[in-house]
Design a binder for this molecule. Sequence first.
Ligand SMILES: Cc1cc2nc3c(=O)[nH]c(=O)nc-3n(C[C@H](O)[C@H](O)[C@H](O)COP(=O)(O)O)c2cc1C
Length: 172
Amino acid sequence: MSPSRTITLDGDLIADARALRDAFGCFTTGVTVVTTCAGDGRQVGFTVNAFSSVSLDPPLALVCVDLKASSLPVLEQAGKFSVNVLHADQEDMARRFTVKSEDRFAGLECETWDHGVPILPGCMANFELETEQVIDAGDHRIFIGRILKVRFDPEHEPLVYLRGQFRRVHTD
Ligand SMILES: Cc1cc2nc3c(=O)[nH]c(=O)nc-3n(C[C@H](O)[C@H](O)[C@H](O)COP(=O)(O)O)c2cc1C
């Protein structure tokens, strides 16, 4: 078993980032794809594990988006988005929504609900949200959305992300 490490962040950007990645990577998350669409109908989507529930009343959730994400201007402009929670057999979907040089939606039969954003098929859960608040935080932008509609199938096993890898967990 590897020993635990204690690291003081001292301003060495490369070393600090490595330590942070390794430490954050100890926190197991689910995997989602955030989608939205531009005014001209162009669809964008990208894989996100920085998704969290925020509030039940009002119904709020958040995603953290890298300032370098090319989808960011569309997400800001649209004022609405969907969060699609992937199940264990959707690792390909998670990878597809990180690849730069392809139409990430090619061959996917997405539906739309009330606000026109793509809802990915066959997911463990889908949330449709309207952007309520945007907060800049370091090199990310936090989008807090009001949840308008949900679909979920708790019978699926989730896709999880831990220590930089996609993994499965068996749920009883
Ligand atoms: C497992 C996983 C989780 C990710 N989580 C996030 C995230 O929470 N926020 C984010 O901005 N990017 C995240 N990314 C990176 C984006 O999916 C990736 O940079 C994507 O290509 C951005 O697309 P875009 O530049 O077309 O907007 C994640 C990637 C992976 C593989």
